[in-house]
Design a protein. Structure first.
Length: 256
């Protein structure tokens, strides 16, 4: 591992592997369980949320299971953002050029630090979240000064899932021009040119766990859109890494 970004990617991959084990009741390095619903229409079904993924990564970090390449790494949870935001369609969305006016600091799910300085903001999502939640988190990743990561967990997925999920993401904003981004509130905002890491963990893909990831250098240009994926094959064809859970209970990279 060369730097904190490589460490984060390894942390996410290891968390994905151990969560697939936990989901399938295979002994895992993380003492975590996916709970069942006791009541209502989901009674007896497994609850899968973003919290399992967030706590898995925090546990691996805190227990040094994924070895630190730099002992000066640390992390925070629910980190206040540097910019102020107003996620309201009535207010025209957020605008980093005007503070106040109903705007306030938001929060990032997890932040990784090096030498006490924030380096990577991570947002966690599960299954098919509400449109407004996608809108807010995508904009935060694009506007904050740190590099960004989007880590998503799903219980299962098929081509309809990808089309529906990433179709929602398309509505969260669209490329405008380098350094600019038109947000979900039709307001052009200034963004930082930076790499953004995207990953999707599927716990049960036709009976087998699978993990996808890709890093994009995002600067607002039209070619940067990660949200034109409509199927699993589209992901593979567009340079996403694919990892499958094998008979050794490990995630193994699928070579093209």
């Amino acid at each position: 591992m060369n730097d904190i970004y490589d460490f984060m990617k390894e942390l996410n991959l290891k968390a994905a592997q151990e969560l697939i084990k936990a989901y399938n009741d295979i002994p895992s390095d993380i003492p975590i369980k996916f709970p069942k619903y006791y009541n209502g229409k989901n009674k007896g079904k497994t609850r899968v949320s973003e919290q399992e993924l967030r706590f898995a990564m925090a546990y691996l970090f805190n227990n040094n299971i994924v070895k630190l390449s730099n002992e000066d790494y640390s992390f925070s949870i629910e980190t206040p953002t540097e910019n102020e935001y107003s996620f309201s369609k009535n207010k025209g969305g957020s605008d980093s050029n005007n503070k106040g006016q109903g705007k306030r600091s938001a929060q990032t799910d997890m932040t990784l630090y090096e030498g006490g300085k924030p380096k990577i903001n991570i947002e966690f999502k599960a299954n098919s979240p509400k449109q407004e939640n996608l809108d807010k988190d995508i904009e935060k990743l694009l506007r904050e000064n740190n590099r960004g990561a989007w880590c998503h967990i799903l219980e299962s997925a098929n081509d309809r899932t990808w089309k529906r999920l990433l179709g929602k993401s398309t509505k969260s904003g669209k490329p405008n021009q380098p350094g600019k981004f038109e947000n979900a509130f039709n307001k052009v905002i200034t963004i930082k040119s930076k790499p953004i890491y995207f990953s999707f963990l599927v716990l049960n893909d036709n009976g087998k766990g699978v993990f996808y990831r890709k890093v994009l250098e995002y600067n607002g240009g039209a070619k940067d859109s990660v949200f034109n994926i409509k199927s699993e094959q589209d992901m593979v064809n567009n340079g996403w890494e694919k990892w499958e859970f094998n008979d050794k209970n490990e995630l193994e990279k699928v070579e093209k």
